[in-house]
Design a protein around this ligand. Sequence first.
Ligand code: DLL
Length: 443
Amino acid sequence: MAKVLLEDWKEQYRDEKIECMSRDEMSALQSERLVKQVKNVYENVPFYRKKMDDLGVEPGDIKGIEDIHKLPFTTKEDLRDNYPFGLLAVPREKIARVQGTSGTTGKLTLAAYTEKDVDIWGECVARGLMMAGLTSADRIHVCYGYGLFTGGMGLDLGARALGAMAIPMSSGNTKRQLMCMEDFGATAFGCTPSYAMYLAEAAQEAGIIDRLQTKASINGAEPWTDEMRLKIEEILNINTFDIYGLCEITGPGVAMDCIHHKGLHVYEDHFYPELLNPADQTACADGETGELVFTTLSKEGMPLLRYRTKDLTSIDRSPCECGRTLPRIQKFTGRTDDMKVIRGVNVFPTQVEAALLSMGGQVAPHYLLIVDRENNLDVLTVMVEVTEEYFSDEIRKMEALKERVGAVLKQALGISVRVKLVEPKTIQRSEGKAKRVIDNRSL
Ligand code: DLL
């Protein structure tokens, strides 16, 4: 275990020319790619030809990246309507692989990639791995799921592009994960942040932390807070990085944060980001929170124009101390669809997470929000796990803790909540994306 302090950090770039390019050069590159891409989808994807015709836009109207606002949006519903292969821009024989969403109910969201798309995906993940200080000498333990979900394959492709060793564990069986991590001398691992927290606690409990060689972890696929990052870093004594992506765009490797943790650098030479006001789709000013929308500038298999991710963040284009000029999106508060409106107040699970972690170890960062409607009134119950250290058989002590948690949550959320304290390790752990909310109102 070897956390590197910021003052000792040596920045390395996978592609310095692109990652540190001037804004003018980047705009020129994006413009060239966009013009080509628009012509491509107009000629090869009937769905986009119709959408553009309906808007009265022709490929010739798009002269550069500044014209992107003239183009139509694409939504998840469009992907579903054209499931599975209706949005391909190449013949099906050119598709080298498909990947899908991690959800288990309903129709999948399927994405298709050519060989070149897969190479670019690996390159982008490799940029992130280098941002995390990894090199070809590293051994990367991948406990994201392998399969249609992009996590396992994404990290694997990144390790391959970097020339590092991939350890394809997939998710599940924590004891075995830890055994292999120790035996194979993994120097880094990748999984969801909720599972990283679980692994960290399990390693601590097994007393093996000193025997691990891990120095970094690459965590994403779900919203999490900086407080959670610090907690994982503290337990394992490593550097932890946030990686973002979605299968429709490329899987992990759309954006990742650097050692300065001031937002996730977007690989905008391939994935052009826009931040739009969800209500009327007008552009947000830099720093203003809105819905993240992506256009794939170089994708061959299933290129998407202005894909509405439903993820909420803001963008910062100021230079970063790491030297990269790639813009940074802030850590995600959540998706438009996991924000809950409770008695008129917007509540995100990440606000609960930050509040619980601010309580100095009295409660564990494992929690569940349950929303009910009683007598026409919304009621939010937050189930919170007490840590072993603070758990007590004395009712008075537990009542006092419950009151403290209630006060901290009220302060953070702006509404009063019911707190249900539960014993250590009783909230179900997730090996993939954690389920943080049960909304009984919509059932
Ligand atoms: O979750 C890809 C991925 C795998 C990213 C492994 C990072 C690591 P999907 O299953 O298509 O793809 O889900 C995409 O997950 O729209 C976000 O809502 C959420 N998400 C992904 N990364 C983050 C993150 C993968 N770092 C959806 N922070 C996205 C917050 C994230 N939310």
